[in-house]
Design a protein around this ligand. Sequence first.
Ligand SMILES: Cc1cc2nc3c(=O)[nH]c(=O)nc-3n(C[C@H](O)[C@H](O)[C@H](O)COP(=O)(O)OP(=O)(O)OC[C@H]3O[C@@H](n4cnc5c(N)ncnc54)[C@H](O)[C@@H]3O)c2cc1C
Ligand SMILES: NC(=O)c1ccc[n+]([C@@H]2O[C@H](COP(=O)([O-])OP(=O)(O)OC[C@H]3O[C@@H](n4cnc5c(N)ncnc54)[C@H](O)[C@@H]3O)[C@@H](O)[C@H]2O)c1
Length: 460
Amino acid sequence: MTSDEFDVIVIGGGPVGENAAGRTAAGGLRTALVEAERFGGECSYWACMPSKALLRPGHALAAAKRLPGVPVGDRLDAKAVLARRDEFTSHWDDAGQVQWAEGAGIVPIRGRGVVTGEREVTVDGRVLTARRAVVLATGSVPRLPSLTGLSEVPFWGSREATSAHEVPESLIVLGGGVVGVEMAQAWARLGSEVTLVISQDRPLAKFEDFVGEYVADGLREDGVVVHASAKTSSVSTVEGGVELKLADGTSIVGKHLLVATGRVPATSDLGLEAFELEAGKALPVDDTGRVSGVDWLYGCGDVTGRAPLTHQGKYAARAVGSAILADARDPEPWSVAVATADHAAVPQVVFTDPEVGFVGRTSAQAREAGLSVRVVDVDIAVAGSSLHGDGYRGKARMVVDEGTRTLVGVTFVGPDVAEMVHAATIAIVGEVTVDRLWHAVPSYPTISEVWLRLLEAYGL
Ligand SMILES: Cc1cc2nc3c(=O)[nH]c(=O)nc-3n(C[C@H](O)[C@H](O)[C@H](O)COP(=O)(O)OP(=O)(O)OC[C@H]3O[C@@H](n4cnc5c(N)ncnc54)[C@H](O)[C@@H]3O)c2cc1C
Ligand SMILES: NC(=O)c1ccc[n+]([C@@H]2O[C@H](COP(=O)([O-])OP(=O)(O)OC[C@H]3O[C@@H](n4cnc5c(N)ncnc54)[C@H](O)[C@@H]3O)[C@@H](O)[C@H]2O)c1
């Protein structure tokens, strides 16, 4: 093989592309990983890592304040928090990721990749060929709302919100999805005056309805002003920042505006039209990641729009890698080359305080799927939660398919519930019946005892 010939070419060196390339390289295939910006992708530099690094100190401080006797100050040392965030992004230097790729036997190639023919990728004029497969892991890009004046004002996207080096005096956050609530709380706890503007009646509207209420209460406790059911009319530059006008006549002025209104799969400028694929739309893939109608082309991660989360994209990447290695066609569901869990058991944590942990289907989604649904709700009020912090407040919901007596969805909201989600994921993936789950005894005194309360409330 020449230096431009490979078995597999992966376009997009984010966490998902890295995992796909890592898997095929480990299986002995000569693999190129093409990255236009930084190896490590959005997640490492402008998304998961910096956002969680910004949130964690505020949560630790709030947790300590709930425990009499723990000596704590009143506010965060913003400079130290931002410096620690910078460490977590490796100061936006991807040398470590390149080193990892080389160590894993991958050939990293910096530049923008375009699919220019069958099994052919051109990177800034250099033509690469792939004997087996091309994998697209190009991620997603922000979706901007149509808002009068937006093209004329300077505004933040999630990149600026996660990489800022100063705490803004005030911040307007537009969008009550995950980015909106996480960044609203992070900057409020770092000392900014934050206003959250959401179009729905509560934030996190895709989750069970009580989730948004708990999170909105948590934000208000941190001083965030929440404008729910708000219709925006225009935005403009004013002395000292930006002004957002709402349709009801309310005017909000802030130093910066963060637009957090979602993301769309990055499928533009990739040459996909030549293969009858629509640019700007999610890449249509089957459960092995194979693109419909193009049998040498695969996709995984945000670009497919299936489950736009780092862990789920990496899982899809492992399936793609396995499918390429085995040249798997229509493998069995739940086999290693298939991302079956995308349909039934996607977990997600929203790292606010209170935290949200969710997996599977909400009660509404389960009903839409035609399941015979039983919903069980309990407050998280067990010995473990009382010990965890004074005034602990949380709620748990279990959605049971009565046809099989198995769990199809679980939601927790409350301080530090994130680590409880994986037990629920295992129960759903393993299709464990509630009757068997009864015998999984939670340790005393942990917050996990809420499982016992859920099963008792179910009637066991
Ligand atoms: C603020 C924020 C916080 C988040 N927090 C979390 C979280 O806590 N947990 C979680 O699970 N998810 C989180 N997400 C979602 C997560 O970031 C994405 O799901 C994840 O990054 C997707 O990985 P990916 O590899 O598919 O795409 P990306 O990480 O976007 O990587 C794609 C890469 O492809 C490159 N690329 C694109 N086009 C080309 C081309 N033509 N040629 C070469 N390279 C190209 C890009 O430069 C980029 O590096 C967050 C998102 C945001 C915005
Ligand atoms: N902890 C995590 O897992 C985590 C953290 C951050 C982001 N993410 C992922 O990153 C992706 C992007 O997050 P996001 O929050 O930008 O998207 P999102 O889709 O979760 O939320 C976007 C929100 O903006 C609202 N919106 C859209 N247009 C609007 C308008 N004109 N005015 C007001 N509101 C408007 C939508 O109703 C929605 O609530 C998601 O897939 C998310 O799951 C995950």
